[in-house]
Design a protein around this ligand. Sequence first.
Ligand SMILES: C[S@@+](CC[C@H](N)C(=O)[O-])C[C@H]1O[C@@H](n2cnc3c(N)ncnc32)[C@H](O)[C@@H]1O
Length: 221
Amino acid sequence: MSKNRKSRTRNWAGRQSRDVYVRKARDAGYASRAAFKLEEIDRREKIFKQGVTVIDLGAAPGSWSQYAVSRVGSTGRVIAVDRDEVLISGVTTVCGDICAASTLIELKSNLSGNLADIVMSDMAPDITGVRDVDEAHFEHLLLAVEQVIDEMLRPGGKLIVKLFQGTAADAFRQRIDKRFERISARKPASSRSKSREYFASCTGFRSKSASSSRLQTTADT
Ligand SMILES: C[S@@+](CC[C@H](N)C(=O)[O-])C[C@H]1O[C@@H](n2cnc3c(N)ncnc32)[C@H](O)[C@@H]1O
């Protein structure tokens, strides 16, 4: 291992052992500290209800799915998608790259002709350190999120999506602005202050046809 990599690994391990949310996650039986970000968003925005169907994009190791399962109860459903395996009890898993057509087909077939009430994405691109390349990778992931909401989210449904400050997130927010009744952005307390991540919670999804007829009406007035 290179000297730089060794020191990065040491820094990460040191940060983890000092991090209060890592300890809280271990005590609560969560697969990762990310659960607390979703918990805070839910506490403020009242995202989940018993009985709803949730798609969790970029779900591994699985703490968002664990939290979602606890909120939707036995009458709800959580479908987790990731390139890595997700092994969480009570969760249906689709293993694959969300940008691949085969993954979208498998995800859709798991909905058995129904639409999801909530889509959430905690996906992050593999960081290269080259800003333009990372932005392009993130843009690619956000286009996949858009495809999922267009094809699988019910009218009136909700989206929670992790964004990173930058051009890809700005363009995404412009594109989805008219697609939801309300969008709010927040950085939960458990999100590391150095990270450029923040989360958009979007409610009142308008299907493509509904939002284009609304645009038409607005233009006519
Ligand atoms: C920050 S982690 C998610 C943590 C998760 N929300 C939790 O609570 O445990 C981001 C995940 O996004 C996944 N991911 C990134 N790009 C992806 C892609 N193209 N298709 C599927 N999953 C992807 C990664 O494999 C990784 O597991």
